[in-house]
Design a protein around this ligand. Structure first.
Ligand code: GTP
Ligand code: MG
Length: 499
């Protein structure tokens, strides 16, 4: 069984190399540096030491001689039913991560339930409800090794009701595969501005900082492996991806069929794909640039899941280490309870490991802390570099294309790393030019689609947060309402911190 655990909670961000001129995110980043809020930010006297002054200990840095494969967190995203789970299951099977025996079992069970076509998806859709409905609801995590990478597959749900779960998985991504259903009508449904998830997922992953993308144009069997269809998808979706800030050179397009095993780990055998001369999917994964990691910064690990075993009195925090490193014996500050705990042991891919470093997905077993003080949406950090806990925040936001306007008083769902809170827009201070970041208008009444603005939000409960300029992972937010993401944003100021 390749699968490890399901990630159920909410969202986070990652801190990779910024963006380019046209991107939603890079617009926000430009805005954030171009238009300073004018307030100084020393609401936090207890947090005087700058993260930049931190000196890492020697053990934290990986040694050059360490020959292990680089971990690549790969989010599989895309519209509902495009074949994400089938593609993931098939890849795992082809790469020996699912045995023949297990595969037979899935095929038999799926057939019995009248869901024969979902056999590969069942490797990832494990719950009875997911199998019954034939949709993914939580993010399934699985692993395989390519030539260059230890790949962590994050198979996301495509259904619009589960976008918050998709956000959880995809925010941990270093790179992503956007799966498209090439069949007639289905590609179009995915691109639909109100009902389709293709655009929303593409915008979301770009705003998480993911800038390397494979577009897996799946179900090519359903369109006779037509080059015309493939080219049409490239031209329509390509234009949209460019508008999100993906560079053409960082996007590869692969025609394939998960069901007929065409172009996944070897060159296509179906003659109808003769026109395609590019890499197969696995080779394209190996062509991703290795992610950069913040090994030498103070520890930050947003907590995605908590595993408690009350009988043994043990508690483990799971998540992706975004900065720094931990090993057994390390003291960590658990936020928001502000309690110090000691790391008892670490697990990576269900195996004990001596050190966890930035980029690793790990489970950290903690000593000396009451299990109730460790929660999903919290953060493990370095005791000398506590992160903030606040509910009154100033944000710079960009309202997405096609989204409903944001007004003063709007009630929204606020997503930040793995936390989710109800939020109210208390103030819209400035409307900004979304390209240059210059102030267009003071105190506007609302923010329309494609407009940027500085707003203040007040959350129902405080969250662990940092300003984006200090820590991207803890400073990138998403605002949602009525089941859709309406805006992406960054935290520009913590207006008031909780004690
Ligand atoms: P959600 O997780 O619910 O968003 O769906 P998904 O994207 O994971 O799709 P899933 O893998 O569950 O597949 C949905 C349906 O598409 C199943 O019936 C699959 O058999 C079918 N499917 C997947 N890949 C292909 C393909 O290459 N060709 C054809 N013809 N059908 C496919
Ligand atoms: Mg699925």
């Amino acid at each position: 069984m390749p699968k490890e655990r399901n990630v159920m909670v909410d969202d986070s961000s990652s801190s990779r190399n910024g963006g380019e001129a046209n991107s939603l995110t890079s617009n926000l980043e430009n805005i954030s540096f171009a238009a300073k809020s004018g307030h100084s930010n020393d609401a936090n006297p207890g947090r005087a030491i700058s993260r930049a002054q931190y000196k890492p200990e020697k053990w934290m840095l990986p040694e050059k001689a360490e020959q292990s494969l680089t971990q690549l967190n790969l989010a599989i995203v895309g519209h509902v039913d495009s074949g994400k789970s089938t593609l993931s299951g098939r890849l795992l099977h082809l790469l020996g991560r699912i045995s023949q025996k297990e595969m037979h079992k899935y095929e038999k069970e799926a057939k019995l339930q009248g869901k024969g076509s979902f056999a590969y998806a069942w490797a990832l859709d494990e719950s009875a409800e997911e199998r019954e409905r034939g949709i993914t609801m939580t993010v399934a995590v699985a692993y395989f090794d390519s030539k260059r990478y230890h790949v962590v597959v994050l198979d996301s749900p495509g259904h619009k009701d589960f976008v918050p779960n998709m956000i959880t998985g995809a925010t941990q991504a270093d790179a992503s595969i956007l799966v498209i259903d090439a069949s007639i009508g289905s590609f179009e449904a995915g691109m639909d501005g109100t009902k389709g998830q293709t655009r929303e997922h593409a915008q979301l992953i770009r705003s998480f900082g993911v800038d390397q993308l494979i577009v897996a144009v799946n179900k090519m069997d359903a369109v006779d492996y037509s080059k015309e269809r493939f080219d049409l998808i490239i031209s329509q979706l390509g234009a949209f991806l460019r508008s999100c800030g993906f560079k053409d050179s960082s996007v590869s397009w692969i025609p394939l069929s998960a069901v007929e095993n065409q172009n996944l780990v070897s060159a296509p055998s179906d003659f109808r794909l003769f026109w395609y001369l590019g890499p197969n999917l696995l080779d394209a994964i190996d062509s991703f640039q290795p992610p950069t990691r913040e090994f030498s910064k103070p520890l930050i690990m947003p907590i995605c899941d908590v595993i408690k075993s009350p009988s043994q009195g043990q508690v483990s925090a799971c998540g992706k280490l975004e900065a720094g490193a931990v090993r057994s014996g390390s003291k960590v500050l658990v936020m928001p309870s502000a309690t110090i705990a000691t790391v008892r042991s670490l697990e990576r891919d269900s195996e004990a490991c001596p050190i966890g470093r930035a980029g690793d997905n790990i489970a950290v077993s903690l000593n000396g802390i009451d299990g109730n003080h460790v929660m999903a949406g919290g953060v493990l950090c370095h005791p000398d570099f506590p992160i903030a806990f606040a509910k009154h925040l100033e944000l710079k936001v960009l309202v997405l294309d096609g989204a409903t306007p944001i007004l003063i008083g709007s009630q929204l769902e606020f997503h930040i790393h793995h936390a989710k809170e109800a939020a109210r827009v208390a103030r819209i201070s400035l409307l900004l030019d979304s390209k240059t970041g210059k102030v267009v208008k003071k105190a506007p009444r609302c923010i329309l689609a494609k407009q940027s603005a500085v707003v203040e939000v007040i959350l129902q409960e405080a969250v662990c947060v940092e300003e984006f300029s200090k820590c991207k992972v803890l400073g990138r937010v998403f605002l949602r309402t009525l089941g859709r993401t309406v805006a992406v944003g960054i935290v520009t100021r913590i207006v008031e911190e909780q004690q």
